[in-house]
Write a protein that binds this ligand. Sequence first.
Ligand code: GCV
Length: 682
Amino acid sequence: MKVEEVGNYDGFENAWLSYRQQTDCKDKQYFTAIYAKSADAIVCTAVKELQIATEQILGQKAVLYREEPEAETVGIQLRLDATETVSEEGYHLYQNKGLIIIASKGARGILYGSFACIRRLQMECAFMKTAPEAFSFERIDIMEEPSNPLRMLNHWDNMDGSIERGYSGGSFFFRDEEVLVNDRTKCYARLAASVGVNAVVINNVNVRGNATRLIAEDYAPQVKAISEIFAAYGIRLFLSLNFAAPMELGGLNTADPLDETVREWWKDQMAKVFARIPNFGGFLVKADSEGREGPFTYGRTHADGANMLAEAIAPYNGLIIWRCFVYNCQQDWRDYKTDRARSGYDNFAPLDGKFRDNVILQIKNGPMDFQVREPVHPLFGAMPKTNQMLEVQIAQEYTGQQRHVCYLIPMFKEILAFQTYCKEQNDTVADIVSGRTWGNQACGMAAVANTGNDVNWTGHDLAAANLYGFGRLSFNTNCTAEEIAKEWIVCTFGGDAEVVETILKILMMSWTTYEKYNAPLGIGWMVNPNYHYGPSVDGYEYDRWGTYHRADYQGIGVDRSSAGTGYAMQYKEPNASIYNDLDRCPDALKLFFHHVPYTYQLRSGKTVLQHIYDTHFEGAAEAEKMRTMWQSLEGKIPEKIYHRVLERFDHQVWHAKEWCDQINSYFYRKTGIADEQGRKIY
Ligand code: GCV
């Protein structure tokens, strides 16, 4: 069976905004007229998006009227109204006497409401035959407020066009030391805005070479052009900043944050940046981390460093987003006392209350580095007087590099739901980063982006579910991972029941499947060094990165209890006691917190070793199962996409077996204990 290809836009695809035509939709009458009095640029974007969707889905024109609709008019009204009950980014989407009304206090709310309206139309059309009423506009009444003030994508794009940890081609922001501004910039902005993203950092946090000059005049016209494209989609542009810029760019002999000439230099730079780029949002900073310069060089604290920049940027309402990924990356593997996991908390918790209001600390979800399983970072909830933001990674650096399918939204849901016990109520990570816990405004969620210039944006077609999912989840943290996945599938592939159910099953099992054949029980890091792909059990064992499993012939795991590095005690009670206690510590994190014999019986009843054998065989088998499930969709998915994904599944199946065999053989050889089921181990 031949299936229509998804829409193309100058050689790249529209992902979940690839509209399928459905001209006999029963609600098409609404999509004939759009009433929008406001000529605000973002409202104009909303109008244009509604018109594109109308034309491509319903095959008709929606005429724009710059006036109030008369009584009994049928159509869509975009109502920008300061008296609306929803906030500037929230929207109310409802039907009243033949009018679909999208109302908000702010233009961005109108845009998000319009994309919600389009999504609804996509869903209605997709299920027209099977569930004609489920997504009808007749009784539509949706009121949504974004959960998080900042919903941000962090691109690790370099000016030579490469992307650090990028798995979907080169950068579409930079090439050959130039800033790119083209159709793709716009298409990216619409994809991001359609799921509620409102802030984007376009360059790598490791700011080197010409990237330091992105704040200088040479690149200003192009950077400004990007910021204007973004602004029309309600997105604020941010840049990553080089803490050493006063020296590298300004010719000073220091970057000491308490030095007056340095402070003046930054004030001058900020004034210039904001004069050139009025929509500019601020900076993301990686300092004193993995070789990047920072305040430690001058014996200063991170508060000194961040506040210097925050003071300089404050007159322009700019934000300084300061990363807490600070650790000793020159560790001696023989040293059992130093614990990388402790470093974020040790470096930052004592500084609570010392940061300016326009500083946000951006904290990775776990204390190590985006492993397939880690505990939640203990800094969440530990700094009541400091703005905090959650950083997750949808670039699948450690989760299959967009060659393995790994839908990460279930993991993010777990992280957001984690109770920190920092307060009696509103104590989850979601509460903290949304501002509900301490009533702050400067906070939110950021994801390291998984996009590149591949035709499908994300390399693996199914990895687009993570891009879509991050946006939707950061906009509404109450959405379930299933709901988000289902929406994404329907918008991308249509409503065929078999397609929806099959892809949903694949996505929902993919993270746990990946975890099963990866490093066991939360220990992490059994990957090839540097490029972080494929099994290498001892790859990081005798290295300087603080990433050890401490396996010997008797046992495995890192003792992070009070008898070990003491990391477990960084949590508030009862978390500290639970993690500290070998038996109460959840199985999934057992080896992260404890060193145990292979014969130790987990809460599941299995020994650690048997658990390793079983999960690895299961994981490899599940990868095969996912491929078979995908194969059952042949003819129902556009051919090109079907084959692209199948190719990746072929690789994943082979690679999962490689993981399984290497990990199982490693432990069999270390212990000499056979698998209870007598399966083949090498
Ligand atoms: C951008 C890990 C990655 C690095 C990354 C770093 C960070 O160490 O491997 O590529 O650098 O995290 O988050 O800063």
